[in-house]
Design a protein around this ligand. Structure first.
Ligand SMILES: Nc1ncnc2c1ncn2[C@@H]1O[C@H](COP(=O)(O)OP(=O)(O)OP(=O)(O)O)[C@@H](O)[C@H]1O
Ligand SMILES: [Mg+2]
Length: 232
């Protein structure tokens, strides 16, 4: 992948984040480090700040204090447009709410990040063929590919969002509750594919889920409760 292996995939130092500047911070993280190639399960009850933390890691949110680096580069050093570009180049994000563009087809949604990242597009010989293949492996067959994403079932949208994040092999994959809308069979197939793809590309996987039964598939579990400063 050409990246210095000693660099952390994601590294947080002395981070404090609160949704309102006035109140005590929601998250206080002296140090948190995710190595390249690691598969980490991020656990914590609802409302504890899992999605907030993923927003900080992906440079969508900036902390009031501290630094967050992805592959050695800090989000705080970049302008908003540089952050967008850096995110498109290096991160695949599966959002809790999917963030698919409802009027674009499943296939068009999946190919969208490649329009924002030449780096990711350049990794694929035939992006459309690769997109169809990955979608097919997650049960989004040719009958569904051309449908507007807004007409897909929730589980189908979730699987489409996963393929969008994986395509072009970003170094860091961030997944927020990606299995919550899937039945047991689809959940297992989804996790198999996700893990096989990150192992193939050597990517780092940071995976949030309520479903503790999935944790055994990961190298390590991080408990968010250890980093919350607000009493519950
Ligand atoms: N945009 C926002 N503005 C203000 N407060 C917010 C915002 N988003 C989240 N919060 C608050 O931050 C806290 C953590 O929310 P977050 O969504 O990060 O939790 P979570 O651990 O992902 O929960 P869940 O498991 O339900 O997805 C909650 O108390 C929530 O109300
Ligand atoms: Mg959440």
């Amino acid at each position: 992948m050409g990246t210095d292996a000693r660099l952390a995939a994601v590294e947080l130092c002395d981070v404090k984040f609160g949704w309102r500047n006035s109140s005590a911070p929601l998250l206080s993280i002296p140090e948190m480090r995710f190595e390249q190639g690691e598969k980490v399960f991020l656990a914590g009850p609802s409302g504890y700040g899992k999605s907030t933390l993923l927003g900080l890691m992906s440079g969508v949110l900036l902390p009031q204090e501290g630094t967050i680096r992805v592959l050695g580069k800090g989000w705080g050093e970049m302008s908003a447009s540089q952050r967008d570009r850096y995110r498109a180049d290096h991160l695949g994000v599966i959002f809790q709410m999917f963030n698919l563009v409802p009027y674009l087809s499943a296939l068009e949604n999946v190919l969208l990040p490649l329009k924002f990242s030449k780096l990711r597009a350049a990794r694929l010989l035939d992006p459309e063929e690769q997109a169809r293949e990955l979608l097919g492996r997650l049960g989004i067959g040719s009958d569904l590919l051309g449908r507007p994403a807004g007409e897909l079932s929730v589980g189908e949208q979730q699987r489409t969002a996963a393929v969008r994040a994986l395509l072009g092999q970003p170094e860091v994959l961030i997944a927020d509750e990606p299995t919550s809308a899937l039945d047991a069979d689809n959940r297992d197939a989804f996790l198999e594919l996700l893990i096989a793809e990150v192992e193939l590309s050597g990517a780092t996987l940071i995976f949030v889920s309520h479903d503790g039964s999935l944790a055994s598939r990961f190298d390590r579990v991080v408990q968010l409760a250890d980093f919350r400063t607000v009493a519950r």
